[in-house]
Design a protein around this ligand. Sequence first.
Ligand SMILES: C[S@@+](CC[C@H](N)C(=O)[O-])C[C@H]1O[C@@H](n2cnc3c(N)ncnc32)[C@H](O)[C@@H]1O
Length: 191
Amino acid sequence: MLKITQLAHLLVRTCFAEPSSDSPLFAIDATVGNGYDTLFLAECVGENGMVFGFDIQDMTAVRSQLAKRGLAKRVTLFQTGHETMLSHIADSADAGASAIIFNLGYLPNGDKSLVTTRQTTLAALSQSLMLLKRGGILSVACYSGHPGGEEETNAVLAWAKALPHEEYSVLHHHLLNRQRTSPELVVVQKI
Ligand SMILES: C[S@@+](CC[C@H](N)C(=O)[O-])C[C@H]1O[C@@H](n2cnc3c(N)ncnc32)[C@H](O)[C@@H]1O
């Protein structure tokens, strides 16, 4: 079975399958961390595209990885909370984001105090919907096993469930024969 992060990439990739229109593509990595999703999105948007990345922690290592792979020009990183994304991107966001990826919680083997929270995540998700283009995909990997994680996951699920079905398709992936706290994936597509 695919990990939820792999499943997210599989689904997000479908947004980039069609040949792009005239305007350059853009995407958002709302939780850059080690940059795996940033690198993936930088490949997806192509050489004229742009990825905006957010994290509250230092991203020097991610910048080096991007430079090594010749992808630095396609990525703009903001060391700030994703709950401020709208104010940072609004000006360049006319075309709408093809994809927005959230990977919640804390960085494995990192500082566990640098963790996403229910309140800021919900604020960022609302802003993401304003930035997402039609046909675009928002994916949210949720983890319940750490303090605050279950509360955050439940809030994301409630938020996603309440989205109007005329405007959004919403998918929830959770392995049924695992611990209740196993990772969950929420995927929202703007119709
Ligand atoms: C599970 S990790 C992300 C993993 C990452 N996608 C990767 O590929 O390595 C969660 C990240 O969210 C970050 N984070 C916590 N609160 C945040 C916030 N308000 N805005 C943006 N990032 C935040 C943490 O610093 C951490 O790096």
